[in-house]
Design a protein around this ligand. Structure first.
Ligand code: FES
Length: 284
């Protein structure tokens, strides 16, 4: 008897992808994106696939998992992920999904384990993802070595943990190197979390990012913030006042003497790093 192949829909979002491209082409420079980018579920699904499923994402700090067996778990869309500290201090990340019948392995947001034991039927995994125990029901010829946890790409830099769900993640060398350089004086690996708060914003993620990327709203909404922080952090910014530039020059000399990195480093369009003085020098 021949088995008929099951036909799956290749890409249920194909039409939405083309519409998205058309919408992007209709976007007017200097204006918000067309409305569907903020409230259309199909575009959100494409975001999750093309951006959150491909890019390197900040997942946590290495100081949150200081010792072997410490873990943090998080969800990237529908993907539950576990990030843990394995043997010899190695940080690893896996899909938080048992290879037996797909139960979540770690139910808590953070904790410490000797092994990863599935709560459903107790399949047991080593901290490096290897399957160690699958009970006796699987039969004598069951090959444990084929059912380790699915790994997730992970990279650490300057105490930050980044993960990528992509099969082949994008190049990610320059920014981690800059992070390592800037944060070396602070020994982030050995810091401790003093307090945590969770802020859930009931909106599309793009609105959050757009709001974060402009400080046009700061003087009206956060005047207290601007008592200590400028609306800019670059002496090349047209808004940079002579007083600000003079202060940066003075502080820069101090930081150089202390061997503290501070000059503006821009990595592509996405990332930049600098050290900026907090002061009462106002921009207006
Ligand atoms: S689903 Fe994990 S052991 Fe069965």
């Amino acid at each position: 008897m021949t088995t008929q192949p099951i036909t799956l829909i290749d890409d249920p979002l194909a039409a939405a992808r083309q519409s998205t491209i058309d919408l992007l082409h209709s976007h007017q420079q200097g204006f918000s994106l067309p409305q569907p980018f903020y409230n259309d579920e199909r575009l959100y699904a494409i975001d999750m696939e093309e951006i959150f499923g491909q890019e390197w994402l900040f997942a946590g700090m290495t100081c949150e998992i200081p010792a072997k067996g410490n873990f943090i778990s998080l969800d990237i869309g529908d993907n539950p992920i576990i990030v843990l500290r394995g043997a010899e201090g190695k940080v690893a990340a896996f899909h938080n999904v048992c290879r037996h019948r797909g139960s979540r392995l770690c139910m808590k947001e953070k904790g410490k384990v000797a092994k990863l034991v599935c709560p459903y039927h107790q399949w047991t995994y080593e901290l490096d993802g290897r399957l160690l125990f699958a009970g006796s029901d699987m039969g004598d010829d069951f090959d444990l070595s084929k059912y380790g946890l699915k790994p997730v790409h992970v990279k650490t830099a300057g105490g930050f943990i980044f993960i990528s769900l992509a099969d082949v993640p994008p190049a990610f060398e320059e920014f981690p190197a800059a992070l390592d350089h800037y944060l070396a004086p602070y020994d982030m690996e050995n810091t401790k979390v003093a307090a945590e708060s969770t802020l859930i914003e009931e909106t599309n993620w793009k609105l959050v990012i757009e709001n974060n990327r402009e400080c046009y709203h700061c003087s009206g909404s956060h005047p207290e913030l601007l008592n200590s922080l400028m609306e800019f952090d670059d002496t090349e910014d047209p808004r940079a006042t002579p007083a600000y530039k003079a202060l940066v020059a003075k502080k820069g000399a101090d930081w150089d003497a202390q061997q503290v990195p501070w000059t503006m480093t821009k990595v592509g369009l996405q990332n930049r790093m600098t050290r900026t003085p907090c002061s009462m020098v106002r921009s207006r």
